[in-house]
Ligand binder design. Structure first.
Ligand code: SAM
Length: 155
């Protein structure tokens, strides 16, 4: 996993697991970082994570799940960000980056920006400050209603 910028700190956020905190003040519109992970199609995401699609899993899906287990990685579906038809899955810590620890807030201090196709031909998701942020604040974005309803998709 790519390391967290030195100006941010990953630590316990009460009631939310780990979270990302800024060690410096950040001005409105400050770029925060990209959300990185494995790219999955909707069908791959559903087959691998939804219990209702378990019987549709291919051999490749089973190998993928087995690899997660062997490497002590979870497969809960809590780290998925949808961009158009593609899903960025940051659950595997060998593929996701530090942004996987950004928590949800109904009054977030971050705004999500995304492109279905970035300059490298891949989808891009990144965060910017949506207000001035004080030193020591936790960085959060709004996951959107779908995340909490379906439990398998971030935003
Ligand atoms: C993308 S992860 C965020 C990082 C996570 N806290 C961790 O320790 O790995 C999303 C998960 O964090 C937790 N989470 C995020 N925001 C939360 C909130 N506002 N309240 C409670 N739990 C939250 C939930 O368990 C959610 O499924």
């Amino acid at each position: 996993m790519s390391s967290c910028p030195p100006t941010f700190d990953i630590r316990t956020s009460p009631g939310k697991g780990l979270g990302v905190y800024t060690l410096i003040p950040l001005p409105l519109h400050a770029p925060i970082g990209d959300y990185e992970g494995e790219l999955l199609t909707k069908d791959e995401k559903d087959r691998r994570y939804l219990p209702s699609r378990k019987n549709d899993r291919t051999k490749e899906d089973e190998r993928w799940l087995e690899s997660r287990k062997e490497r002590g990685q979870t497969a809960k579906g809590d780290y998925i960000f949808g961009v158009g038809d593609v899903y960025v899955d940051a659950e595997d810590t060998e593929c996701g980056n530090w942004a996987r620890y950004l928590n949800h807030d109904n009054a977030p201090n971050l705004r999500v920006k995304s492109l279905e196709v970035g300059m490298d031909g891949r989808p891009r998701v990144w965060f910017v400050a949506n207000r001035d942020i004080k030193e020591g604040e936790e960085l959060c974005f709004d996951y959107g209603e779908g995340y909490w309803m379906e439990g398998d998709v971030v935003a």
